[in-house]
Write a protein that binds this ligand. Structure first.
Ligand code: UD1
Length: 378
């Protein structure tokens, strides 16, 4: 069986590592994987570092599309992916999550009848102003095998008309849907101890033994809307009066800080010994930062989950989340970009940290299950 895996953005490189590892460990004879990097993320610390650390084979193709408007970026990817699919003639294309790279892979493959495997299917924010929501809905609806990490994702697919009773052989018109656990959980389990041994980040940044709050911000509605960005940073400034705040910043956010933050706030943030702004962290460094943080504050989908994997309370800087189970069990709270809500929820969690972290994301073997099911349907 030959698969073409498409990756492009940072979290996809991380997710793909779990599948590549499962292939290497269990299915090396049966599965040949061709990796296509769209080049959506291109800075070394957004891309190459993950290949190095996670032991992912180097991409066979790099489309080098880089940054552009959604239309231009996606169109360039569709063109490049189509050409590769026509040449490689794979049995499946494997797509991850909800980025423009996912959408491009879905459009290119479905039009030339290459069956799509969508990993992280069924997640919904029910907010179609997010580009990611459009990307994931489009991808799900032209997929053949849909692997949902959570029960909620699986139910969302059923609500949208997918039939859980479909029988093999699955096709685009008779798709197979699965609730299989999360490949990111596979990775966190696999790399947690390796990260503690290898990562130097705590010593390098003087964080060992320090009580800190870990924060990431990169979603366009937070970085590009000055009111939201200012509200978040005002809250972080307040939090920094009692805790160190550690911020590994996405390049999008770094570029916009001095544009969109009020000047006095920008100065208070950047000249503050209790606010540590770092470059984007590598995966192993990020795991260590998450494991040793007291709390996580984020607008990232992946970081919300990793906070949960490492049993840390999390404040979600969005109006909704695709991972509603973590909110329902009290481990995370949606604060939006609302200064008061962020500070109030921070104080609540400092006084009453959550205790319940049920097994929502599977058993750490999702990637192995996905490989088996692909082979069964092949
Ligand atoms: C993308 C995904 C998002 C995912 C995120 C993970 C889409 C629509 N969004 O958002 O779902 O959660 O990746 O990080 O696909 N930039 C750099 N260097 C890089 C990459 C980006 O400087 O290596 C800057 C550029 O200014 C670029 C901006 O970041 O314009 C945004 O990059 P883009 O890939 O469009 O979206 P992300 O915000 O990274």
């Amino acid at each position: 069986m030959k698969i073409v895996t498409v990756i492009g953005a940072r979290p996809q490189i991380i997710k793909a590592a779990a599948l590549s590892r499962a292939i290497k460990e269990h299915f090396e004879k049966e599965v040949k994987e061709v990796i296509v990097h769209t080049g959506q993320h291109y800075d070394d610390n957004m891309s190459q570092v993950f290949f190095d650390e996670l032991g992912i084979p180097a991409p066979n193709y790099n489309l080098g599309v880089g940054s552009a408007s959604h239309g231009v970026q996606t169109a360039k990817m569709i063109e490049g992916i189509e050409e590769i699919l026509l040449k490689e003639k794979p049995d499946y294309i494997v797509l991850y999550g909800d980025t423009n790279s996912t959408l491009a892979g879905a459009v290119a493959a479905s039009k030339i009848h290459v069956p799509i495997v969508h990993i992280e299917a069924g997640l919904r924010s029910f907010n179609k102003s997010m580009p990611e929501e459009i990307n994931r809905i489009c991808c799900d609806h032209c997929s053949t095998l849909l692997f949902s990490p959570t029960a909620t994702g699986f139910k969302n697919l059923i609500h949208e008309g997918f039939n859980p009773d479909n029988k093999r052989r699955f096709t685009i018109d008779n798709p197979g849907i699965y609730h299989c656990g999360d490949v990111m959980y596979d990775n966190s389990k696999h790399f947690a101890n390796i990260a503690d041994k290898k990562s130097q980040i705590l010593d390098k940044e003087g964080l060992r033994g320090v009580d800190y709050v870990l924060c990431t911000i990169h979603r366009d509605n937070n970085t590009d809307q000055p009111e939201r960005l200012n509200a978040i940073f005002k809250a972080l400034l307040k939090i920094s009066e009692s805790k160190t705040v550690v911020l590994p910043l996405h390049p999008r956010t770094s570029k916009l800080l001095n544009v969109n933050l009020e000047k006095s706030l920008f100065e208070k943030i950047t000249n503050n010994p209790n606010i540590k702004i770092l470059p984007p962290a590598s995966f192993l460094d990020m795991i260590v930062l998450e494991r040793h943080a007291q709390m996580v504050v984020t607008d990232s989908g992946g970081v919300q989950k990793e906070a949960f994997f490492f049993q840390k309370p999390c404040l979600i800087l969005r109006t909704e989340t695709e991972w509603k189970e973590i909110v329902e069990c009290g481990a995370a709270v949606i604060t939006d970009a609302d200064e008061e809500r962020i500070i109030k929820s921070f104080n609540n969690y400092m006084e009453n940290p959550p205790h319940k972290f049920p097994e929502i994301f599977g058993d750490g073997k999702a990637a192995e299950f996905i490989c088996k099911e692909m082979l069964e349907n092949f």
